[in-house]
Write a protein that binds this ligand. Structure first.
Ligand code: GLN
Length: 535
């Protein structure tokens, strides 16, 4: 097993995750089997209980992990399904060490960060890497070098170099090279300082990836090489890209994959990035736009809807059109006409997942507008549930119908808690999570889209369609075309007298890949393109 450890310096948000995913893509394109691990040095056991407004979207894996959004990039770039074990947090490590201590597994010993916590980190890294059967395991160490929180992880990485040997481990440090002064001179001092910090921890980077607004000048490259003790060709210029899928190409232009292979003593054939290059050029060169409105509550921080945005982009590229997203605040829809004007300029509307009452009425207004004006609509999870609420109120005349999550006292609880959720005390990892089987009825729009009677899609919810309302709900033009195999859980809904009004209890966005868009997103984009674009 070859381990590539990716650390970050200078500041957070430099795109370590994208750099890791991009390098993985390049190694894969050279025929290697690649896996990736993300380390998050926070104390939460997983990202499931975190506020998406601070950390961005919670990504869901097949096995029901609620994890960091960088893992979504790994899955999309590498086109692999990862498991929750691929996201290691301080919380998990301490939980395990303390449980072992309570079980008496360290009997007689003083349990300490070194060796016990660090050993547990190494054990997890090796276990995940070996289980994957990959040739190369990329490990992204979250946080910035110098943070107190990431120290045990960096120490584990240092020890692994010693234990696995220098040709089986590689350190890549991602830093920022800012420009300043009237001539926009590139400054290398922050990089030098962060490498110094890393060295104090016993780690010397083998390769330094420099983020900068303009390509790294030869002067900056020379300085970084000299003062950070790497060859000039090991200083990689990662100039800002407009499109994240361009990053592997930018890094390959700097010969990153061949340098990595050579350092790890690996051989490979020529790199084949043909389909990737084609996909990027489709994204960049498409001239015809498709304008989609995303109606959400967290629109000031669009990372909350990252996988939805990516899935729309994949589908747009597949259809040779350029995605234009209008982020529309659900709460503004409740208050202003302008928000509706924005909505009316869109060719299709997405109602994403969400929690709680804030903005729910605005989303319901958007759903009503799309239903009545025959505008393509895609509802996801909470969006699916609110489509049921809207239909109950405005088509079936069930006044005050709602989800009990939004209004616990509603006279018509058309969406209600899943039975197994009642009486649950713990919040972490207790939703209906991960891949679940969905059975699709033949002859429906859903069947036309998926072309299969049985699919697996990822879930993350506590509420569902209340089975008591099913006879009423399905008496008109609404059809639940996808259900759980026992027929009890409603999974997909569609309206028979609307060009495209589809909603899913699951999250198809998590399985969309750049070269294999999620089928329902693809169909949504096609439907949106049938509607003319009013500027
Ligand atoms: N809040 C809703 C539920 O728990 C929807 C969740 C979601 O959109 N992910 O069922």
């Amino acid at each position: 097993m070859k381990y590539i450890m990716v650390t970050g310096g200078v500041m957070s948000g430099l795109g370590k995750g994208l750099t890791t995913a991009s390098l993985g893509k390049l190694l894969q394109a050279r025929g290697l089997k690649v896996t990736a691990i993300k380390i998050d040095p926070y104390l939460n056991v997983d990202a499931g209980t975190m506020n998406p407004f601070e950390h961005g979207e919670i990504f869901v894996t097949e096995d029901g992990g609620e994890i960091d959004l960088d893992m979504g990039h790994y899955e999309r770039f590498l086109d692999v399904n990862l498991t929750k074990e691929h996201n290691i947090t301080t919380g998990q490590v301490y939980y395990e060490v303390i449980s072992k201590e309570r079980r008496g597994e360290y009997l007689g010993r003083t349990v300490q960060i070194i060796p016990h916590v660090v050993d547990e980190i190494k054990r997890r890294l090796r276990q995940v890497a070996l289980k994957s059967g990959a040739d190369v395991c990329l490990v992204e160490i979250g946080g910035t070098v110098g943070d107190m929180e990431s120290m045990p992880f960096l120490e584990a990485a240092r020890q692994m170099r010693l234990e696995e040997g220098p040709t089986n481990t590689l350190f890549i440090h991602v830093t920022l090279v800012p420009s300043s002064g009237p001539m926009g001179e590139q400054k290398t001092k922050p990089t030098q300082h962060s490498v110094k910090e890393l060295r104090q921890l016993g780690i010397s980077p083998d390769i330094i990836v420099c983020r900068s607004a303009t390509p790294l000048t030869s002067e900056a490259r020379r300085k970084i090489s000299l003062f950070c003790n790497v060859w000039e060709n090991e200083v990689i210029s990662a100039v800002d890209v407009k499109n994240i899928y361009e990053l592997p190409l930018v890094l390959e232009h700097e010969n990153l994959s061949s340098i990595v292979l050579q350092k790890l003593g690996l051989r490979s054939g020529d790199i084949d990035l043909t389909s990737w290059v084609e996909m990027v050029s489709k994204m960049e060169n498409a001239s015809k736009p498709v304008r989609v409105g995303i109606v959400g509550k967290y629109i000031r921080f669009t990372d909350t809807y990252l996988s939805i945005y990516e899935a729309l982009r994949h589908a747009a590229a597949q259809n040779d059109v350029k995605l234009e997203v209008r982020w529309i605040s659900a709460e503004r829809l409740e208050r202003t006409v302008e928000a509706f004007q924005e909505l009316s300029q869109c060719q299709g509307v997405v109602i994403p997942g969400g929690f709680g009452p804030r903005g729910a009425e605005g989303k319901i207004l958007a759903i009503r507008w799309a239903r009545e004006n025959l505008v393509p609509l895609l509802g996801l999870c909470f969006g699916f549930q609110l489509a049921v609420v809207e239909f109950s109120r405005n088509v079936l005349g069930l006044e005050g119908a709602n989800s009990t999550e939004v209004d616990p006292l509603t006279p018509h609880p058309v969406i209600d808690l899943l039975p197994e959720q009642r009486g649950l005390r713990e919040m972490g990892g207790t939703m209906r999570l991960g891949a679940q089987e969905v059975v699709i009825e033949k002859g429906t729009k859903a069947f036309q889209i998926y072309r299969s009677e049985r699919i697996w899609e990822r879930h993350r919810h506590r509420y569902e369609v209340n089975p008591e309302y099913l006879p009423l709900l399905t008496g008109k033009n609404l059809l639940f075309s996808g259900k759980s195999p026992d027929g009890k859980r409603m999974e997909i809904l569609e309206l028979s007298d609307h060009p495209f009004f589809m909603a899913t209890q699951f999250h198809p966005e998590f399985k969309s890949r750049p070269l294999r868009p999620a089928p329902i997103f693809n169909a949504f984009i096609k439907a949106a393109l049938c509607r003319s674009l009013n500027a």
